[in-house]
Design a protein. Structure first.
Length: 135
């Protein structure tokens, strides 16, 4: 049984139970982003990157303004070695949510991997500012 104590899905983060519940929501309301979002989160937390990518694409197809789905898209692409797609995803997240620390950090890593040191440093600096909070 897969478990993840910090997962917000279920008291003990039981992936299988959460997945069954989310699949039921998805069956009853296929355009419901919440059901798809739980499925995507489970795939990300279990590092099933192909499934996370597929699910995040489905959510983006339903509503392209859901920042966490673009973050899942970017993260999955990063781990699948699709750096340009990861860059695109992180750029969409920060376009939708300038305060998304995790995406600024991811954007910095992508730029670093691409050899774009100036852009990487700018993204890391932004992540650092967000981590510090308001001064």
């Amino acid at each position: 049984s897969l478990t993840c104590p910090e997962a917000p899905v279920g008291r003990q983060g039981r992936f299988e139970e959460a997945m069954r519940a989310a699949e039921k929501v998805r069956e009853l309301a296929p355009e419901n982003i919440d059901g798809w979002g739980v499925i995507s989160e489970i795939h990300v937390r279990s590092q099933n990157w192909e499934a996370a990518l597929s699910t995040s694409r489905k959510i983006i197809e339903i509503d392209s303004n859901v920042a966490h789905s673009w973050r899942d898209f970017a993260k999955a692409n990063w781990y699948l070695g699709k750096i340009e797609d990861s860059l695109y995803g992180y750029m969409k997240v920060v376009e939708l949510d300038l305060e998304d620390f995790e995406s600024w950090l991811g954007l910095g890593k992508v730029y670093e991997k691409m050899g774009k040191e100036k852009e990487a440093q700018e993204a890391f600096d932004k992540a650092g500012e967000l981590l510090k909070g308001p001064q």
